[in-house]
Design a protein around this ligand. Sequence first.
Ligand SMILES: [Fe+2]
Length: 516
Amino acid sequence: MTIKAQKFFTHRATTLLISFFAALAPLFYYASRSSAHVFLDTALFAGFSQVVFWLMMINAVLAMTVAAMRWRVSAFQTDSPKWLAALSCAAFAFTAFFAVVNIAILCVMGEESSPIVWRSMAELLPFALAYLIAALLAFFFPSVTDRRVRTAIAVIIILIAVLAILFMLYPPVYFDFLSDPMVIDNGEGYSVVFATSAAGTGYIEYEYGGERYKLYDESSGRIRGSSTIHSIVVPYEHLNNNTYRVGSMRVFEEYAYGGRNGRSIVSQDYVFTPCSKEDITLLCVSDWHTRNNKAKEAISHLGEYDAVLMMGDAAPGLQYESEAAEYIVKFGGDISRGSMPIIYTRGNHETRGKYASELSVALKMDKYYYETSFGDYRFIVLDSAEDKEDSHPEYGGLADYENYRARMTEWLEGLDATGQRTIALCHAPSLFIEEDLTARAWAKLEDLNSSLLISGHLHQCYLDRENEAFPVYVDGGHSGGDYIASLVTLSPSGIGLKACNMNGEEILSEWVEWRA
Ligand SMILES: [Fe+2]
């Protein structure tokens, strides 16, 4: 190593910068690996990613040790020992390599997963700060001899601690509604769902039959106060052609004795109109995968509609409540404006992540397979759940969808024909991954006189008239930076399908007859 390089690698600023980036590497890596949908190979799920994480941690300790030694000015005032320069050079090389690994992950995950990585980083922030402060105290503080620098470091640490306590007690988030509510037809009534920017209570107010109702989002009498998503089940007849409003009170903390609350908010009045006409127009959206705005741009070219079919795949997965709030509840509220029913079909990406099992509680949906009717039109909603076998390493041993689909098929086989014009909905156009269950489901849907299956999942837009049982419509969704949304018009004479992209260009226009 030349003298110049030796001086560079043992310069105080160089060692400090290397240790800063070396410390950041495992934090970012953990956030991206634990939350993003990057699926490089199954080895990552078999422990290789943990090995990389621990190598990053070891490198962080190495870089900090080198920096701490260099900052011991009394020991190295006049020269730059070769061994220290060599250690610093090694830390630099490893840090650069890990930076490339992290940048590669960032590039592979793209726009879809990066917001989730930032959410994960935000969740890790308190731990990250504690980790950096501990490192500062352990590695650098003992080496700082200047009294003024020591005082400055102590003041900064005290300030961070005070701010952390303040933010913990009063999170710096303005409390408001994220959007209009979404009203999900869950097959037995309406789930009125809305989200707020911070945790709080949720309620709905309306008048029906001369009585004033105020119904809370509660569980066996206890009002739920720790969620940002609020949902209340209302009987169909209470909401149809009625006016309602929703409200929330911020809850900072819930105690066994008492609690600490914040501001209360009340929405505007919403007029809710059910779908009971002979001719109805449904907006169909699928696979928006966090692209709320792109989907809304495509929708803006389609014209008016009476109800919404949300066909699933809102985000890569549901790690956090805030993802469900933004990509399901806010999106659903924005496109339905709280004034029309939504039929929600779960996508396979809503079955992933630690919040996935909470979603049905948040949306007040007992299950994701059900039937409902808009006037004389019957909808049978199926849930394809995941598109790979339960043992696939992507699911981390937490999938039991084969049994779930078997129960759903039994439920489907128990339905009776009603003589209504019938449409089936399922996220995956091929229904389930089990051949026997899928064959039974197609047969029963045919028995029930279904005329069309509406689906998504493939990120392509087409009508398959060759399907053995009856035609299958695959809604477009997000693909290649564009988004395709559809209108489905139902009338006694048939089913109209029209799809357009974000530029308003017509992608598809088809007509399907009702089966006799
Ligand atoms: Fe999908």
